[in-house]
Design a protein around this ligand. Structure first.
Ligand code: HEM
Length: 183
C-alpha cells in the first residue's frame, strides 16, 4: 500500500487539479456536472471490478459500492426527468483480481479526500450529507477505520509477485479518471 501511494502520488496531484469539487468558483451546476461525471465512471467501473472478484472480497466490494450514494445525490439535485449520465467508454484494462484491487484502491482512497471536500462544501447550495453530499461524505466518521480495514484486506489479498499488476492498474485508473474528467 505504501508503494501504491508513492507510485500514484504525482497522478493524484494532477487529478486533484482537474477534479476539485470544493473550488471556490464552482457553481451549483458545475457541482452537479461533477457528480454526473463520477456516476458515469463508477457505473461501468463497479460492474467491471465486481466481475474480477469473488468470495469474501466480492462481498466486501458489494458492501462498499458508492453508486447508490451518487444516485441519491443526483436525485436530490438534478431536475426530475433529466437523462441519466453517460458511461465512461474507456475504463482501465482490468481482468485479474490483483489488478482489480489496485484499481479499487484508487476509488476507496478517494473517500479520504471526500472528508475534506465535505467539510468545505457543507451548507453551500443547502448541501448536507443527507442532501447532495452523500457521495463525498461517504463513510463519515468511520472513514479512517474503513480505510485501515481496506488496506489490511488488500495487502493480504495480493501476493508480492502481483504487486506490479496492482500498481499498474492503480496508475491506469488514475489516467482513465483524468481523461474522463478532462473530456
Ligand atoms: C477523483 C478524484 C480523486 C481520487 C481518485 C483520489 C484518490 C485518493 C487516494 C487513492 C488516496 C489515498 C492515498 C493513500 O494511499 O494514502 C487519497 C487521499 C487523499 N486525497 Fe484524494 N483523490 C481524489 C481527489 C481529491 C481531492 C479533490 C482532494 C482535495 C480537495 C483530495 C484530497 C486527499 C487527501 C487530503 C487525502 C489523504 C492524504 C493522506 O492522509 O495522506 N483528493 N485520494
Amino acid at each position: 500500500m505504501t508503494a501504491l501511494k508513492a507510485a500514484t502520488a504525482q497522478q493524484h496531484r494532477l487529478l486533484e487539479a482537474v477534479v476539485d469539487p470544493s473550488r471556490a468558483d464552482l457553481t451549483r451546476d458545475g457541482y452537479v456536472a461533477l457528480l454526473r461525471k463520477f456516476h458515469g465512471f463508477l457505473h461501468p467501473w463497479e460492474r467491471l471490478i465486481a466481475s474480477c472478484l469473488s468470495g469474501r472480497l466480492l462481498e466486501i466490494f458489494n458492501y462498499r459500492r458508492k453508486l447508490p450514494w451518487l444516485a441519491a445525490d443526483l436525485q436530490a439535485l438534478d431536475p426530475p426527468g433529466r437523462t441519466p449520465p453517460p458511461d465512461c467508454p474507456n475504463l482501465p484494462p482490468i481482468q485479474r483480481t490483483a489488478a482489480a484491487i489496485g484499481s479499487w484502491y484508487v476509488i476507496e482512497g478517494s473517500t479520504l479526500g471526500g472528508q475534506l471536500i465535505t467539510r468545505r462544501l457543507l451548507g453551500r447550495w443547502g448541501l448536507s450529507p443527507e442532501h447532495g453530499l452523500r457521495y463525498f461524505s461517504g463513510y463519515g466518521n468511520a472513514t479512517p477505520t474503513n480505510w485501515t480495514d481496506f488496506r489490511n484486506r488488500a495487502e493480504t489479498s495480493v501476493d508480492a509477485a502481483e504487486y506490479q499488476d496492482a500498481t499498474a492498474a492503480a496508475c491506469d485508473t488514475f489516467d482513465s479518471l483524468r481523461n474522463w474528467f478532462d473530456a
